[in-house]
Design a protein around this ligand. Structure first.
Ligand code: AMP
Ligand code: GLY
Length: 431
């Protein structure tokens, strides 16, 4: 079977790497892909939001399964369009992907299904938002309703900062239509974790737990990024938190979405805030996390294709996932200046030395092939250096040993990925 992976980040390289290992897969395409996916399969120069272009490619090339990485094409209705043409495609429909595409919709849905989340208000009118902010007091969080490439969330330590965010989003239109409506919510303290599950519209099969590192600098300092590293399993997801995440979040959401006539098929990713043994949902994503997908896929045993197909066919109750008992750690290497503006086209050295280390996979994100086999930077997050180890400490050491072999001018990474897990016992929560 020919498989198409939509996207060009570390998540998509990890998916291509895993799918290419399947005995039923003859060829893997990535659109648009990166230098890493090109080393395994074939890159196709179609952008992720060009739904009609992707559809035409899938039809004319006999693609048997399309797997969608990023949220934008899902929110645009790629899955609906492919289904209209009877193509097999993994991911939620536009109606289900609204859980990520509209924060107001996600909050209202959580409230409706009794899922624990921060108190909030939703506003189309800046004056009403300002009044709510003054009443709530700081700290608080202002979120653009629509997709804003991960930049639409402002954590306001002072009321003035929240008011400025309202002006920015609602009046000045910093995020266009995506920010004309905002969600204002209470600030939650605690530790974050990523809870991802496969869903077939009825059944929820959780993946191994993971934790992302959103801030650009060590010790969670500096602005938020798409994610500077991740590891799995995450000990903060205790057996009790895991049970709560299933019983109070995932199952009510999937049951509720089915009752609402929009059954959820694909990966549902709950961003959790955990404090004193209790959890609240910060957000839903309608896809695999990036970088979380990289350590998760490295720990996933067996063939991914039957799992994705079981989701499409409503047979997920027959699936049991198996996980490598070892830990995996992914350290993201980023371009100078990221998450702000950054240079492109710089040559990356040491890729082979890094990826030839045992139990290491160097997943590419913002890379492209240059002349003469050179690999050049082409994005903010450039590589996800991922390693397995007997425990998280060993995985950290291996990942950073590989990181030390790679360089390009201005490359930077966090030096503390996975550190929160050290010294904490891991309870058995996989699967
Ligand atoms: P979101 O896209 O809604 O997950 O927000 C992005 C990031 O902002 C989250 O991963 C958190 O680090 C932070 N965040 C969002 N909502 C809250 C909240 N209510 N309290 C504290 N931090 C938050
Ligand atoms: N790593 C966070 C995300 O994928 O949204």
């Amino acid at each position: 079977m020919k498989v198409l992976v939509v996207g060009g980040g570390g998540r998509e390289h990890a998916l291509v790497w895993k799918l290419a290992q399947s005995p039923v897969v003859s060829e893997v395409y990535a659109a648009p892909g990166n230098a890493g996916t090109a080393s395994i399969g074939t890159n196709v120069a179609i952008e992720v939001d060009d739904v009609e272009g992707l559809l035409a490619f899938a039809v004319s090339n006999g693609i048997g399964l399309t797997v969608v990485g990023p949220e934008a094409p899902l929110v645009l209705g790629l899955v609906d369009r492919f289904q209209e043409r009877s193509l097999r495609v993994f991911g939620p429909t536009a109606a289900s992907a609204r859980l990520e595409g509209s924060k107001a919709f996600a909050k209202a849905t959580m409230r409706r299904f009794g899922v624990p989340t921060a108190d909030y208000g939703e506003f189309d009118d800046p004056e009403a938002a300002r009044a709510f902010i003054r009443r709530l007091g700081a700290p608080l969080v202002v979120k653009a309703d629509g997709l804003a490439a991960g930049k639409g969330v402002v954590i306001a330590r002072r009321v003035e900062d929240a008011l400025a965010a309202v002006d920015d989003m609602m009046v000045a239109g910093a995020f266009g239509e995506a920010g004309r409506r905002v969600v204002v919510e209470e600030f939650l303290e605690g530790e974050e974790a990523s809870f991802l599950a496969f869903c077939d519209g009825k059944t929820v099969v959780p993946m191994a737990s993971s934790q992302d590192h959103k801030a650009v600098f060590d010790a969670d300092q500096g602005p938020n990024t798409g994610g500077m590293g991740a590891y799995s399993p995450a000990p903060v997801v205790t057996a009790e938190i895991h049970r709560e995440a299933m019983e109070r979040v995932m199952i009510p959401m999937v049951d509720g979405m089915a009752r609402a006539g929009t059954p959820y098929v694909g990966v549902l990713y709950a961003g959790l805030m955990i404090r004193d043994g209790a959890l609240k949902v910060l957000e839903f994503n309608c896809r695999f996390g990036d970088p979380e997908c990289q350590p998760i896929v490295m720990r996933m045993k067996g063939d991914l294709v039957p799992v994705l197909e079981a989701c499409l066919d409503g047979r997920l109750d027959e699936v049991r996932l198996e996980w490598d008992p070892r830990a995996a750690v992914c350290v993201v290497l980023a371009s100078e200046g990221y998450p702000g503006a950054y240079p492109k086209g710089l040559e990356i050295q040491g890729l082979e030395a890094a990826s030839s280390l045992p139990e290491v996979a160097v997943f590419h994100a913002g890379t492209r092939r240059g002349e003469g086999g050179r690999v050049l930077t082409s994005g903010g997050r450039v590589l996800g250096v991922t390693a397995l180890g007997a425990g998280v400490a060993e995985a950290i050491d291996r990942a950073y040993e590989a990181v030390a072999k790679i360089r390009w001018p201005g490359m930077h990474c966090r030096s503390d990925i996975g550190r929160k897990a050290l010294g904490r016992a891991v309870e058995a929560t996989d699967g």
